[in-house]
Design a protein around this ligand. Sequence first.
Ligand code: NAD
Length: 512
Amino acid sequence: MTHSIQDVLQRIGIPGQPSAVGIGTTWQAGAGEVLTGKSPIDGETLVTLQEATLGDVGLVVDTAKNAFLKWRQVPAPQRGEFVRLIGEALREHKADLAAIVSWEAGKITQEALGEVQEMIDICDFAVGLSRQLYGYTIASERPGHRLMEQWHPLGPIGVISAFNFPVAVWAWNSMLAFVCGDSVIWKPSEKTPLCAIACQQIVNNVAQDFPEVPDGISNLLIGRAEIGKALTEHQEIPLISATGSIPMGRAVAKTVAGRLGRSLLELGGNNAMIVTESADLEMTVRSALFSAVGTCGQRCTTLRRLIVHETLADQLLDSLKNAYQRLPIGNPLSAGTLVGPLVDQAALDAMQDALRTAESQGGTVHYGNPILEDVPAGGCYVHPAIVEMHSQTEIVQQETFAPILYVMRYRTLEEAFEMHNQVPQGLSSAIMTNDIREAELFISPVGSDCGIANVNVGPSGAEIGGAFGGEKETGGGRESGSDSWKAYMRRTTNTINYSTELPLAQGIEFNL
Ligand code: NAD
């Protein structure tokens, strides 16, 4: 571990050698396999620790359950105060946490800071929410009766997260869960253990000074898929919120459904932008560029398909190729870099495979080559690719988690919408247009079939205030803003009879 990482961990308060198991505020070394966390920037070893074992899962779930039984009785606004203090701690450690995100996920500093800002934003949102966990009052059909609903805490929530948003996804889930009266057990990506340890410690620091918070409200299990699988199988976890690839989501959904639990799935995307004849081309290039190459194409909302009106395609392609040519690619910690590394060699291999396949399916590939010079040795750096396709072949229908932008042409808007929706995933989408009819059609029932549909804004870079998630193979879950909090609570419907009679619903007579 380098000196600077040690300094950052020390500032956050992580005691000694980082451990894989956080049982409330107690750290415990795992007894599982050795996990070596390496930086995608240069392959340097950041941390070595022993993973959690299956035996740790039971212990952590018991602790989280006990904490939940107490936490659910703390008034929601007080739970909100706890989250407010977490937000303050995140503000204090924003730069430190962002540095860890860059080291472990390879994000450029601006995007890493943005990810921590999302955490702060969701804290603020959750604080307000803690006084707004409203249920409806419903008109009863019976005289002297009142019908109402309440939202109650649900239980310990299992959060499984992906490498590419190593801190924000946890915060989206945990801050809502905390104000909703739930405890959390987090199984982060095995590629980003230090991010998880830092978040757990920040919560511990706040919890230690907050007597109403039972120990065990926030828990951490670092390990590979089998630890996640054990969580999904556990009967005491009513909700599993899982973010990651579609195959992972399929496995989680099946297991959780098998025990009739709830799952909230945030899976892969294959996000498109339709560029119509009336689009502002300069704005299109800027928003397509950020969406396609930001985080080196490793966002779930990354722009992967550009569907362009045939009259604009050549001009847009020229502008994009020109912008791609000038992209500053390299060390994500250096000022001015816009594209950092891919997460690992497997991601680079998958990208090169996809480009070869696209070529074999009739595509023309621009750029996409690995970069070996003027970048840190030991990292997987690549020139983001643009691939012109005649149609949406098989490879275009898949999510390759790397910066490949497929460009297709269309003639009629109907054709563009059809192409747009003709993929198995349904996360995010955008239309670039200055025609109000085109814009409204795109976000209407006959337009985009995605969970997120934007106008003159790229598909990537959502705000926390809206519900985030997608349809079809993206899994159907919604997290973050709007009324996503309802997933973390259970609803009860209450009928109250304040009369002296006992009328039955539907007018049923039942007299002895
Ligand atoms: P991944 O599926 O390889 O891993 C995600 C997490 O699931 C990890 O913690 C992993 O250990 C765990 N896991 C894997 N198999 C499991 C199983 N059978 N049971 C339980 N847990 C299991 O994904 P990744 O490579 O880390 O992330 C990239 C993928 O995540 C992309 O497909 C991306 O689109 C998706 N993603 C989606 C969103 C979203 O909000 N929709 C956000 C971020 C990433």
